[in-house]
Design a protein around this ligand. Structure first.
Ligand SMILES: [Zn+2]
Length: 75
């Protein structure tokens, strides 16, 4: 009898922990975060990628400007 109650408590604690971490919504955020795509080669970049890195990709890979490869991404 006591065991069942303990198990239930344990489950509730785990749920609390997951809720605090926001593990489910975090996965959604990660999915949405990959929304910069090079329009030339379709390579995906995290939305947190800094403009200099995108600029570097544009020039090194395509000899183009960032505006050519990533239109709409602010510098
Ligand atoms: Zn590219």
């Amino acid at each position: 009898m006591g065991n069942g109650a303990k198990a239930q408590q344990k489950r509730e604690r785990n749920v609390d922990k997951n809720a605090a971490k926001g593990s489910k919504s975090q996965a959604k955020v990660n999915e949405a975060a990959k929304n910069i795509v090079c329009s030339v080669c379709r390579q995906p970049f995290l939305v947190t990628t800094r403009a200099p890195a995108l600029e570097e990709h544009s020039q090194n890979k395509h000899s183009k400007t960032m505006a050519d490869c990533f239109p709409g991404v602010p510098k």
